[in-house]
Design a binder for this molecule. Sequence first.
Ligand SMILES: CC(C)(COP(=O)(O)OP(=O)(O)OC[C@H]1O[C@@H](n2cnc3c(N)ncnc32)[C@H](O)[C@@H]1OP(=O)(O)O)[C@@H](O)C(=O)NCCC(=O)NCCS
Length: 192
Amino acid sequence: MTLIFSGMQLPNLNTARLVVRPYVIQDAPTVQSMLEDRRIAAMCASIPWPYPPGAAEEWIGTHEVHHDQLTGVIFAATRRQDDALLGTVSLLDIHAADRRAEVGYWIAAEYWNQGYCTEALQALMAFARNTLGITRITGRCLAHNRASARVLEKCGLLQEGLLHAHARSEGKYHDVLAFGVCWPERMHSADG
Ligand SMILES: CC(C)(COP(=O)(O)OP(=O)(O)OC[C@H]1O[C@@H](n2cnc3c(N)ncnc32)[C@H](O)[C@@H]1OP(=O)(O)O)[C@@H](O)C(=O)NCCC(=O)NCCS
């Protein structure tokens, strides 16, 4: 089975305050300086710290393959009023046959607690549902990452599990919360 989206260029997603769009290579210096903040890497297993020189450019260079093969959708959240790059929202581990994907996200610290991550993620989830035909979204966060858990809740995911000592961060194992949502159409899909 394939997802509905194939061979299309990824669109910009417009929300009240944001334009959520694919990254361009010109974003690399901003991403590079944002990810030198240890507070972000400490919560995201896939982000190394210290963040190596050139890593942002290399990372943005991987997006095209993910988008072409629909193995991931990685978007920049930008602010409509001034084009400021705020951070990233992604669909990772897209399983076409199972019509599910996991969300990933980070926002630069100077923009925290203004609802930006929630707004961007809600737009991405609507795109996943309405354009890609995804019917289940999952998300995971370290148990002490209350801001991340709150974002998932505000996006309609419920806690489904607790994974004990599951992830290593800053030299210690931590519990991880597993969240998920199944949309109603998943239960009534004609193609099983
Ligand atoms: C998690 C993160 C993306 C949230 O981004 P954001 O734009 O600040 O998120 P929002 O403003 O949409 O929502 C944050 C919510 O968490 C709440 N929150 C923040 N810190 C909190 C804390 N210590 N305890 C409880 N709630 C907290 C905020 O009050 C807000 O909830 P509210 O709207 O009900 O008041 C951001 O903190 C971040 O990038 N952290 C580091 C990287 C990371 O954790 N990524 C996720 C990995 S799973």
